[in-house]
Design a protein around this ligand. Structure first.
Ligand SMILES: [Zn+2]
Length: 565
């Protein structure tokens, strides 16, 4: 099914209680949060921060290598790979173990760990040691919840130093089990620590860390894995929930739904599991199942807006636009009320970033039932809340067209292009608007126009026509399989061909001034006449139709046999 609604890149889960965070993150957003937590004075900004670290190391530790290393590490202790998410973050200058919304993450900066690992004898043991160290934090349940912690150093320094030694010991154990050497570990430790008094530091000094890795390494030779980890079957609601999330991220929706059900069986009021199960059902296309889940959730938490929002978008997907509007209405009202009364049980700050979504989706539903004024107001609201929203500008421009306000449509589509300069559809839509304006310009010619006025109007119209063609060019540039764009550009070329032979040389001269491309062709042409210009543009039209036809456009197929030889 064609995705017509806006969905977010990250998967937001309930932030229902202040005591725990339940959003799950990945990609840039996860790295951004990590970066902010590591450096709380920085504002959350992905672009500016990535500029801080642009040095590329030639032997950067790849994501594939990291995943392989993680598999090896976990295999040694029999821990399930499904309990961790590993993610490279290019700008955190660190490696860390964090837990967010119950999911365990290992984040690492590729350049950082390559630098620290020192690439001892061209092996990757240093990098593996650092990852194993972070796994060690998880295995020992050290990992902090980034969004809960005031900053990453919230544990007492003494406790932190103990935890670092636990993680070192674990990592050295792993390296020893995997066949690495103690020297390689020592080389990393020497790189990251010194023997200055560590009383005020979160990390222990060199001597202590060397002692820890030595113990761990020897324990690895002793082969006693149970000292670190007891592999047990999943049994708590939380464990099922975690595995479900990982399956959902991998788009294994059936497996995810199975686990959410398990979590709900154990804990019937697990609102996170109920919510995510509804989302997972929607993702796999089971819209009625999704509505059922969210309805149940809205019975348990009647003041919470999110189930209504989900039900609304599910109805949209089904094609029941009136129900979609009704539920999105309710969602918007409940959310606005929660914000007004500072009801933090029913909305969170992270919800505020996507406030525009319900308006956008309701606007889409209003368009479907032809309630254009209502749709217009919703898209205006989207822009008020999210000012660079190119999709809202693009929809506004469509509504302006329906109201015959073509210059307003043009300025809206220009905004959409400004905020999304590589969107081929916007250029196509702009071309369509220019075509309409072109036509309305020609309509100014009437029986009372004198010849001079007529030529002026025609020249003016040609300006619009050529700029229309420019926009088809851009639409095709960003999507070279855009059949309708080829078709329509062909029509524009054909139009110009016919205009040239229907007027005298005044117009031809002007065309020559206006179009350099035409000029070049014309000067090379033997005929040097209107007829040669006609041939040139008809050839261009036919070329476009051949491409459009090969991409499945049936109009073009007909036109080729009718007009092209
Ligand atoms: Zn550590």
């Amino acid at each position: 099914m064609k995705k017509s609604l806006v969905t977010l890149l990250f998967i937001p889960i309930i932030t229902y209680s202040q005591s725990f965070n339940t959003d799950i993150y990945y990609g840039d957003q996860l790295c951004g949060i990590a970066q902010m937590a590591l450096n709380p004075n920085n504002s959350l900004s992905f672009t500016s921060s990535s500029q801080l670290n642009t040095i590329e190391f030639p032997d950067s530790f790849s994501v594939d290598l990291a995943n392989t290393a993680l598999n090896k590490i976990l295999f040694q202790i029999g821990a399930s790979r499904d309990r961790f998410i590993i993610q490279a973050c290019p700008n955190i200058k660190n490696a860390l173990a964090v837990q967010l919304g119950g999911v365990r993450y290992i984040l690492y900066d590729q350049n950082f760990i390559v630098q620290v690992a020192d690439n001892f004898e061209n092996s990757n043991w240093g990098e593996i040691f650092i990852l194993a160290h972070e796994v060690g934090h998880h295995i020992n349940n050290h990992s902090v919840d980034l969004l809960l912690a005031e900053n990453i150093n919230s544990e007492s320094k003494l406790k932190q130093r103990e935890q670092e030694l636990d993680a070192d010991l674990f990592a050295a154990f792993i390296i020893s089990r995997l066949g690495g050497s103690l020297e390689e570990i020592v080389s990393v430790i020497e790189n990251i620590s010194n023997n200055i008094n560590d009383q005020k530091s979160s990390h222990p000094n060199l001597e202590k860390r060397l002692k820890a890795v030595k113990v761990g390494f020897e324990r690895g030779i002793g082969n006693n894995t149970l000292d670190f980890y007891n592999s047990t079957p999943l049994q708590t609601a939380e464990e099922y929930f975690n595995r479900a999330i990982l399956n959902e991220l991998k788009e294994n929706y059936d497996a995810a739904i199975y686990d959410y059900n398990k979590a709900i069986e154990i804990d019937p009021f697990n609102h996170n599991a109920l919510y995510r199960m509804g989302v997972a059902k929607k993702e796999k296309g089971d819209y009625f199942g999704s509505i059922k889940n969210h309805t149940k959730l809205s019975d348990i938490y009647p003041q919470w807006y999110k189930p209504y929002s989900e039900i609304g978008t599910a109805y949209y997907e089904i094609g029941d636009y009136n129900s979609a509007i009704r539920f999105l209405d309710t969602s918007i009202q409940k959310k606005n009320r929660a914000i007004e009364f500072k009801d933090y049980n029913n909305f969170s700050e992270s919800d505020e970033n996507d406030s525009y979504l319900d308006y956008f989706n309701r606007g889409q539903a209003y368009l479907k039932v032809r309630m254009y004024d209502e749709a217009f107001n919703d898209f205006k609201k989207v822009i008020e809340l999210n000012k660079n929203n190119h999709r809202a500008y693009s929809q506004l421009s469509q509504i302006y067209i329906l109201n015959n306000e073509y210059y307003l449509a043009l300025s809206s589509i220009n905004k959409a292009i400004e905020y999304n300069p590589s969107g081929s559809k916007n250029y196509f839509n702009k071309a369509v608007i220019l075509d309409i304006i072109h036509q309305s310009t020609l309509d100014e010619i009437d029986d009372f126009s004198d010849e001079e006025d007529k030529v002026e109007i025609l020249k003016n119209a040609l300006d619009f026509k050529l700029s229309e063609i420019e926009n088809y060019n851009l639409a095709i540039k960003f999507d070279n399989e855009y059949a309708v764009a080829y078709r329509s550009r062909g029509v524009a070329f054909e139009y110009i061909a016919n205009r040239i032979v229907s007027y005298d040389n005044q117009l031809l001269d002007y065309y020559l001034q206006l179009s350099e491309k035409f000029n070049i062709f014309y000067n090379k042409s033997l005929k040097k006449s209107n007829e040669s210009a006609y041939d040139y543009y008809m050839l261009s039209a036919c070329n476009d139709w051949v491409i459009a036809s090969s991409l499945g456009n049936t109009d073009s197929t007909t036109w080729i046999s009718d007009y092209c030889n």
